[in-house]
Design a protein around this ligand. Structure first.
Ligand SMILES: *Cc1c(COP(=O)(O)O)cnc(C)c1O
Length: 236
């Protein structure tokens, strides 16, 4: 408990310091706690320390925790790769999805979003470093994808997400984040009726750089929960 309290405080301090350096309001940056591989009990502790938004990558693991923690009003974000056969459970159980990079997935999420729930908040994942191995839409294909997604009725297109190629150099880290900021600004001009207010970028190793370039959600795992152990973990 003490550990998570201290780590949460530290991360909030880092966010606030970066916001001040960027001459931004600290409240303009939301902390998403990335809880993949962490047991439900650790999320409960983080929640008790005031953390409300949690990000999960693997559907079955996430559904187990959603069930175990249904007494808490957690806001669940899906941030992992999405296969078509997983869209229904995602549409039914999450408030946000950060990892949409194909129209077909967005369409299924919209069609399968239960009518009693508010529209699903979506970020389009951009392959900003142009890596072959990475998911995400290429910047050149983003305007067409965004225009198509904006027509879907049960989706709110909130913005963009990226996981840039990693670098230890703070100056290098800023470049792809700055490009993301420009991409969001052009989308805002292209689709003025959409609530495009979100840049989901920055992880434990590069959150300062992301905040300096306009991140509104930082997705933090290791700095909050410690190093992950995948040895007993089964992906689904
Ligand atoms: C695991 C993960 C994170 C968190 O990474 P840390 O380096 O542990 O902070 C953020 N975003 C995505 C998409 C992830 O898969």
């Amino acid at each position: 408990m003490t550990q998570i309290t201290d780590r949460l405080k530290n991360v909030h301090c880092q966010i606030d310091a970066a916001a001040i350096a960027a001459q931004r309001q600290p409240q303009a940056i939301k902390l998403l706690a990335v809880s993949k591989t962490r047991p439900a009990e650790e999320l409960r502790q983080a929640w008790a320390c005031g953390q409300q938004a949690f990000g999960e990558n693997y559907l079955q693991e996430a559904l187990d925790k959603i069930e175990a923690l249904q007494d808490l009003n957690i806001i669940w974000h899906f941030i992992g790769p999405i296969q078509s056969n997983k869209t229904r459970a995602i549409a039914e159980n999450f408030s946000w999805v950060h990892s949409v990079d194909r129209f077909k997935i967005a369409q299924r999420l919209s069609d399968q979003r239960p009518v009693n729930l508010p529209p699903l908040n979506i970020c389009l994942q951009v392959n900003i470093s142009g890596e072959n191995s990475k998911s995400g839409v290429l910047p050149a294909d983003l305007p067409a994808l965004a225009a198509a997604v904006a027509t879907l009725s049960n989706i709110r297109l909130r913005g963009l997400m990226a996981i840039p190629a990693s670098s230890d150099d703070p100056e290098q880290q800023r470049k792809p984040f700055a490009q993301m900021n420009h991409l969001l600004q052009s989308l805002q001009r292209q689709l003025p009726d959409q609530p495009l207010d979100t840049l989901s970028m920055g992880m434990s190793g590069d959150m300062e750089a992301a905040i300096l370039e306009g991140a509104t959600i930082v997705r933090i795992g290791t700095a909050l929960f410690g190093p992950r152990d995948y040895s007993s973990h089964h992906q689904s």
